[in-house]
Ligand binder design. Structure first.
Ligand SMILES: [Zn+2]
Length: 317
């Protein structure tokens, strides 16, 4: 039997996912702004930029990206589909909410919110027919506020109802991944079905080991965002954890995008010159090899772990 995962263009065999970046974005934008000021939004130009960036990624051997863009990051599934049609890289789409939930989520309960996520996963997003294959939720510096707790618990319940994995945003300096795990475990989620994101921002090895010892995968997923943690430290932490036997519990990514209304291409290059999709294939994989990370360990982080995370859906409750 072939195991498949839903992508923007429909089901793909998990054996075809190949090298996968587990936390990226196609486009992030402020919901409602372009709808009200459409002159800020040149869709054709954004598509052209995205087409070029996806081709660059494919040329470097990356075969799948996971787009963790939620409603509060301006998820636009029609745009993702149009990018996917112009690309040879598979795009996996998410449901869920980031840490800036629209007011709707303040006044609706956990099960009502979980139903929205389940709908995206089982019936598809809006009228697009595109099914989400992963649930995103987030805890930032404010911690678990009432609305964030609603979303964390709704994510857990949607995970249990559908079997798809959860992938989180954390404030690693505040060790917020541990709080997320506690809430998921309370809701009965198998923590092996969870990726604790932005863990690569931390060099607190005790924190990172604790997340993995509870079964979760950690996202070493902000390569190029030097202000959270410089590249050399990010590489050092991964090499150390690989040497300790944790290659089966880490995934790699940049948290980059093709286009964002928060930061122009020019500003990105000026302030974050290495923060782009090609940084891992061009610079990080060679740096990991220099730091004694084996090709087999790289393949686990880039190919085997992502595949396993999406395959474990089979047999889920
Ligand atoms: Zn992100």
């Amino acid at each position: 039997m072939t195991t498949t995962v839903e992508t923007a263009l429909g089901p793909v065999a998990t054996s075809e996912l190949g090298p996968t970046l587990m936390h990226e974005h196609i486009v992030t934008r402020s919901p409602g702004v372009q709808e009200n000021w459409p002159h800020l939004w040149d869709r054709a130009e954004i598509l052209a930029v995205a087409e070029r960036k996806m081709a660059d990624l494919h040329a470097r051997g990356i075969r799948t990206i996971v787009d963790l863009t939620t409603v509060d990051l301006g998820r636009d599934v029609e745009l993702i589909v149009d990018v996917a049609r112009r690309s040879s890289v598979h795009i996996i789409v998410a449901t869920g909410v980031w840490w800036m939930p629209p007011r709707y989520f303040n006044t609706h309960g956990v099960d009502e919110v979980a139903d929205l996520f389940v709908r995206d996963i089982t019936r598809g997003i809006g009228a697009s027919g595109v099914k989400a294959s992963i649930i995103k939720c987030a805890t930032d510096t404010a911690g678990v506020t009432p609305v964030i707790e609603t979303i964390l618990r709704a994510s857990a319940r949607a995970q249990k109802a559908t079997g798809v994995p959860i992938s989180t945003h954390t404030w690693a300096a505040g060790r917020t991944g541990l709080v997320q795990q506690a809430i998921f475990a309370q809701e009965g989620v198998d923590l092996r079905r969870v990726v604790i994101g932005h863990s690569g921002d931390s060099e607190d090895l005790d924190y990172l080991r604790a997340l993995m010892e509870r079964g979760s995968t950690i996202g070493m997923d902000r390569f190029g965002l030097e202000h959270y943690l410089p590249t050399a430290k990010r590489v050092e932490v991964i090499a150390r954890l690989c040497a300790e036997g944790y290659a089966g519990r880490m995934v790699l990514s940049h948290d980059a995008n093709c286009w964002s209304d928060a930061l122009s291409e020019h500003e990105k290059r000026r302030t974050r010159p290495h923060w782009h999709y090609n940084h891992i294939p061009d610079d990080i994989l060679p740096a990991l090899r220099t730091a004694s990370v084996s090709q087999q360990q790289i393949d686990r982080m880039l190919v085997d772990n992502p595949r396993a995370i999406f395959e474990a859906r089979v047999g889920a409750s």
